[in-house]
Design a protein around this ligand. Structure first.
Ligand code: FAD
Length: 311
């Protein structure tokens, strides 16, 4: 029977919602699911993790060295904690993509990346070629499976569990060559792009940083997060942490409104799992209309104020 260790990503004492999605993927594999919390003070995070349905137990490693999520510091501890487990899963977030390959390397296995479906305990599906093709990968049955889980492909596991929490003592040599200097993160009162239920994104068609206010206005009316195409980011209209797509964020909101975005494949790969897609573009032949559920052909500077008024 599978024994799965899920790595708890957290920040400022709060569990990342991608962890409950990772547990959903682990639940399809089946078997025991334990969550590992590495933190300076893991109590509150562990209590949150213990509520996730399907979790058998939560293991905590309290160590001041774990105050910040540094892959180089966490990986040796996870590699030790992984003894006896058949699978080690982490969310395919920026942090997870940094951490899990280091864990895989320490365990001398190849990582399975961006797991989007589970076909069997060692057989998984993942997107390739910017989401244009789906490949089935099979991990060797006699090795531990280290995988990142594509959060946008999985629902959050329900809450309501009260799994036991156990402290774990780990004797791992931690490297001293990497230390935390600071965290630079954009601050916004709007919903987080990656977990927002509604997202409004602007593209090159918006034309300038100043013009982007029409996107923010509509987003605020809808209580939505704000995203952008790479062209809008490259042109300096918005910061890069707002980019949606292959080299930006992969998101799965219930409603996605693409404004002045042509619909390049690299952008569409970021919204593959979105619910309803609305496109606003003055070019009726723009490729975005091929995948949009609702399309409005017209000038965004006319349509957005009208839409806002109607809302
Ligand atoms: P354009 O393609 O220039 O489209 C602008 C659209 O705005 C047009 O359709 C136009 O009709 C419309 N428009 C203009 N004015 C108005 C108006 N007044 N009213 C209404 N509509 C208007 N792109 C991403 O987005 N995310 C990624 O992660 C990403 N990763 C990439 C990775 C690689 C390796 C490569 C090669 C490319 C990547 N790209 C990515 C870039 C991608 O190929 C496109 O260039 C980009 O998505 C185009 O952005 P856009 O749709 O905003 O711009």
């Amino acid at each position: 029977m599978a024994k799965i260790l899920v790595i708890a990503e957290h920040l400022d004492g709060k569990l990342n919602s991608a962890v409950a999605k990772t547990v959903s993927a682990a639940a399809v594999v089946g078997g025991d699911i334990d969550v590992l919390v590495l933190a300076a003070d893991p109590a509150a995070i562990a209590a949150e993790a213990a509520q996730i349905a399907g979790v058998s137990k939560v293991l905590t490693v309290a160590n001041p060295a774990n105050a910040h999520a540094l892959a180089q510091v966490q990986a040796p501890q996870i590699a030790k904690a992984a003894a006896g487990y058949s699978h080690v899963f982490g969310p395919s977030t920026t942090t997870g993509k940094d951490l899990m390959p280091a864990v895989a390397a320490l365990l001398s296995v190849n990582q399975v990346s961006d797991l989007m479906a589970v076909e069997g305990s060692h057989t998984f599906k993942r997107p390739i070629y910017a989401g244009n093709a789906i490949i089935t990968v099979e991990a060797p049955a006699d090795q531990v499976v280290v995988a990142t889980v594509r959060a946008a492909s999985w629902p959050e596991a329900a809450k309501g569990n009260s799994a036991p929490v156990e402290a774990l003592a780990i004797d791992a040599a931690l490297p001293g060559h990497t230390r935390f200097i600071g965290l630079a993160a954009g601050k916004s009162d709007r919903p987080d792009l990656q977990s927002a239920k509604r997202v409004v994104s602007g593209g090159r068609g918006v034309g300038s940083e100043e013009n982007f206010k029409v996107i923010y206005h509509l987003a605020d009316k809808l209580g939505a997060g704000v995203g952008a195409s790479r062209a809008a980011v490259d042109a300096g209209y918005v910061p890069s942490d707002m980019q949606v797509g292959q080299t930006g964020k992969i998101i799965a909101p219930e409603l996605y409104i693409a404004v002045g975005i042509s619909g390049a494949i690299q952008h569409l790969t970021g919204i593959k799992d979105a619910g309803t897609i609305v496109a606003i573009n003055k070019d009726g032949d723009a490729p975005i209309f091929e995948i949009a559920d609702i399309g409005l052909v017209g000038d965004l500077f006319t349509l957005l104020p009208e839409l806002e008024k109607a809302l």
